[in-house]
Design a protein around this ligand. Structure first.
Ligand SMILES: [Zn+2]
Length: 174
């Protein structure tokens, strides 16, 4: 069971868009280096310091988008709607615009944080521990210090999907 200290530490790192393990490296490109929407929404492959892979498998971030980003955005929209209905009597089109515009902006700017929070919660619940087996994931830069140990980074032992070896028997089609 994760302690309250680790929860707050990991979530704090997520809100800073930093690696959950070392707390130093960025999960996304810096804003000034962002050149496209893809740069904005796509996390880097992994942490260059500790080797923590940000996307464990294809489709990994679906839950972060649907549960965290859209979920919090929906709560925000409902809150704005209830507030406006209680205190103002707006036309329907104005009401739609007043409710939907902040949701769209929120979803855009919170998308990175929702992925970072998902990475942090996933690491909290299912941490990658070195098991002495395969050394999957990214290769960390051993010259960069980590915040946890202060020493050289160690690669994480992540399970690696092993592809079946191609058979040497060839099938000849006639
Ligand atoms: Zn890291």
């Amino acid at each position: 069971m994760a302690s309250k200290r680790s929860i707050s530490r990991y979530l704090g790192r997520a809100m800073m868009l930093r690696c959950p393990v070392c707390g130093i490296s960025r999960i996304f490109l810096p804003v000034l280096q962002t050149r496209s929407l893809r740069d904005w929404f796509t996390p880097l492959d992994g942490c260059p310091r500790c080797g923590y892979p940000y996307e464990r498998e294809p489709g990994y971030f679906l839950a972060s988008v649907w549960l965290i980003n859209y979920g919090v955005g929906s709560l925000l929209g409902v809150s704005i709607y209830l507030f406006l209905e209680a205190f103002y009597h707006l036309d329907l089109l104005v009401l739609f615009a007043t409710v939907l515009t902040p949701i769209a902006l929120f979803n855009f700017f919170f998308a990175r944080h929702s992925k970072a929070i998902f990475i942090a919660v996933d690491h909290l619940c299912d941490p990658h521990e070195k098991d002495g087996g395969d050394d999957g994931g990214n290769v960390p830069n051993p010259t960069l210090p980590t915040s946890d140990s202060g020493g050289p980074a160690k690669p994480l032992g992540l399970p690696v999907r092993k592809e079946p070896k191609p058979s040497h028997k060839s099938t000849v089609l006639h």
